[in-house]
Design a protein around this ligand. Structure first.
Ligand code: C5P
Length: 224
């Protein structure tokens, strides 16, 4: 049984990787199973929130009671988030969004050349969804924004810096680089007072603890 710490709150969660097409049968993506984001969505729903999950391609079932919108690319995820963010109390960005998309993607399948020459991909930057939402302080009841960071080193230092750079009140750092597709994680919460470590546990346990930590913080923050 989970305490209903999020009753009456609306939460928007992004999860999974994004997929950036090269052509109709090829693309580039990030390593992300979506498990942590789905666990956050499930935990928020258990805590009584109305949850909208905007998900890149994953193999996971939709958590009970959660509304899910499927997207592929970072641009689609950005557009879906922007269309839904107004009126949300909390935005938790867990998705591993591709930083770049293919600028010269092809509408038709690219053919192998007889002379062995290879295609040259050009990239352009994708929008930073979390930073964009965090900067939209004009939104009605601007949501409390939570970001995730997967760093391979110096997490304590980078975590605090990234929180400031993104302009968000809470950043969740993943310890180590062994979490992709795993059920266990260790996370560190960075806020304006410093950091707190949540020791290694399965992702659902950590997600429940995180939702509880968010609920404590929005009590102070919420404009609604
Ligand atoms: O800058 P970096 O990609 O490390 O930041 C990770 C955090 O920012 C995650 O919360 C991720 O969901 C979010 N993000 C985003 N849009 C991007 C890149 C990252 O929302 N284009």
């Amino acid at each position: 049984f989970q305490p209903k710490t999020m009753a009456g709150k609306r939460i928007l969660v992004t999860a999974g990787p994004t997929f950036e097409a090269i052509d109709p049968v090829r693309g580039i993506t990030n390593l992300s199973s979506g498990k942590m984001g789905y666990a956050v969505a499930r935990a928020a729903r258990e805590a009584g929130a109305e949850v909208l999950l905007i998900s890149g391609p994953t193999a996971l079932p939709t958590p009970y009671g959660v509304q899910r919108v499927n997207v592929q690319s970072a641009q689609q995820m950005h557009d879906a988030v922007m269309a839904a963010v107004e009126g949300q109390h909390v935005f938790v960005a867990v998705a591993a969004v591709a930083d770049w998309r293919v600028a010269n993607s092809s509408a038709q399948k690219m053919k192998k050349k007889g002379d062995g020459s290879v295609p040259e991909l050009k990239f352009e930057q994708n929008p930073d969804i979390l930073a964009t939402v965090a900067a939209r302080t004009s939104l009605a009841g601007h949501p409390y924004c939570v970001g995730f960071a997967a760093e391979s080193e110096n997490l304590l230092e980078y975590g605090a810096v990234k929180r400031e750079k993104k302009g968000i009140p809470l950043l969740v750092g993943n310890i180590g680089h062994h979490t992709f597709g795993q059920d266990d994680n260790t996370i560190i919460l960075f806020d304006e007072n410093g950091h707190t470590i949540l020791p290694r546990a399965d992702k659902l346990t950590l997600a429940r603890q995180l939702v509880c930590e968010i609920s404590k913080r929005i009590d102070k923050y919420s404009l609604f």
